[in-house]
Design a binder for this molecule. Sequence first.
Ligand code: AMP
Ligand code: FE
Ligand code: FE
Ligand code: ZN
Length: 282
Amino acid sequence: MDLIDLHTHSTASDGSFSPRALVEYAVKKGAAAIALTDHDTIEGLPEALHVAGAMGLELVPGLEISADHPGGTMHILGYFINPEDPVLGQELNRLQEARRERNPKIIAKLQNLGIPVTYDQVRALAVGQVGRPHIAQAMLQIGAVKTLDEAFKKFLTKGAPAYVEKFRYPPEKAVALIIRAGGVPVLAHPFTLKFASPDELRGHVSALKDQGLKGLECLYSEHSTEQTRRYSLLAADLGLAVTGGTDFHGKNKESVDLLTGYGALRIPYRLLEELKRFQPGF
Ligand code: AMP
Ligand code: FE
Ligand code: FE
Ligand code: ZN
């Protein structure tokens, strides 16, 4: 089977592989195609597209926008976006600014909790955008925690003592931005929305579809077989594309590998073919 991975991160956001190294790794693993979907940034795309072109790998230009969803985490993936769209670039700058404003506040909270990480130390751990994963790495570096997961669970995750809110676009704005840039918006890892019932999820996904959503990420590293089945049925029911990805972050999420996730994930090329039909003007 020709395998693909439609959800990956590079050093432009919080992955540990540079865009070039990610493409080289995908080629080494025999991927039929991958999408680069960094958090709130498209800055890794030119390098990834260039290297993929030279190596003959199909690279889908993408991104993953964090949207406002008070009950949980909502991420909206965008595929086939124009990496040179000026409005998209500007609107993403606002989100990057939100991270820049928030990081020092998180660090100040950690310092008040007796954890002496500094902004300079954290900055030095990032190549592109600085985020919580780099703060977690800094905590690991000074021995304040034993794992990155512990840093999140005890300090950095929503509800934990060093958590700080940040500005996000409403979901409909994230969807509209992706469409404006010629892309196809897809709702990422639906389980993180934390809806109490399947009906509630259905209502929200259906409303997002009315706003332009085109797909649902049904195959995902952390989805159980049952979740994959339920999300796929929902997608079919609503006429949405089924997509899949591992959320590869390299060594920043060590147990998740490209193409296979925790080991069992298989995402067939056919899903990418179907997704292409949702492009504007296809
Ligand atoms: P930020 O963009 O600064 O809000 O950081 C969010 C990122 O942190 C997510 O994209 C994940 O990659 C990462 N993350 C969230 N929870 C965890 C966790 N428990 N362990 C490791 N990384 C995490
Ligand atoms: Fe991430
Ligand atoms: Fe995500
Ligand atoms: Zn992701």
